[in-house]
Ligand binder design. Sequence first.
Ligand SMILES: NC(=O)c1ccc[n+]([C@@H]2O[C@H](COP(=O)([O-])OP(=O)(O)OC[C@H]3O[C@@H](n4cnc5c(N)ncnc54)[C@H](OP(=O)(O)O)[C@@H]3O)[C@@H](O)[C@H]2O)c1
Length: 236
Amino acid sequence: MSGPIAIVGGTGPEGSGLARRWVHAGETVIIGSRDAQRAERTAAQIAEKTKAGDRVRGMVNAEAVEASSLVVLTVPFSGQAAILKQLKSAFRPGAVLIDATVPLAATVGGRASRTLGVWQGSAAEQAAELVPKGVAVAAAFQNLSAELLDSQTPVDCDVIVCSDDERARRAAAELAEKIPGVRPLNGGKLENARIVEQLTALLVTLNLKHRAHGAGIRITGLPDRISGVGNTESSG
Ligand SMILES: NC(=O)c1ccc[n+]([C@@H]2O[C@H](COP(=O)([O-])OP(=O)(O)OC[C@H]3O[C@@H](n4cnc5c(N)ncnc54)[C@H](OP(=O)(O)O)[C@@H]3O)[C@@H](O)[C@H]2O)c1
């Protein structure tokens, strides 16, 4: 990546797991939080684990977004709309937002194995409605569990990337490819994120039924290795 990756909500297990993997891959990451000290604490923990203290910093979310053209969103669905409204003026013109939000019912006190109905169709489409004009959105990483990210081994999971914008799709695919074991797949338009988000609720059920923590997805019948760039030709 040409600049740092900002992670809004980067103090949680999903954001910090992604951050650690990307720092390991040589990227520079900014952990975003509503609280500067919490961001700095998480950044320090990742720096210690990765021995790459100069490539991970912590900042409040707005400063993180201002400092990067590539922003990853990993907050609970219940806070997604409000935080995006709050950050609207912080986005750089032409920035890319990669949304990993899943509208699990657990976010409002319901079951983690169910999703909430989202007026726009999906959390990712809601995000696209709320970012400033010119900011491109891709949905990715919703099926990649924090447990898997936290392990020291390659991740056994495909990452389906949905977007209406080729630049955003490519950025998400490139980020996915930086995580050992992950295969990015072109999932077509952003509206397909609603299907990908639903899969996460099913993965929660599978974890419960099989007393596991790291259920993920693999799509069969496709080439083993699909480049994030060559994979982007058709969408639908
Ligand atoms: N955990 C997983 O295995 C997993 C897998 C795939 C996708 N996801 C999705 O990724 C997102 C993050 O997951 P997570 O497990 O890391 O969630 P989380 O721990 O509940 O939240 C992540 C971070 O979001 C911030 N946050 C919490 N409430 C907020 C609010 N109302 N407004 C703004 N920021 C808020 C918090 O950071 P500060 O308090 O520091 O601001 C928190 O550390 C969720 O949408 C989840 O569905 C999770």
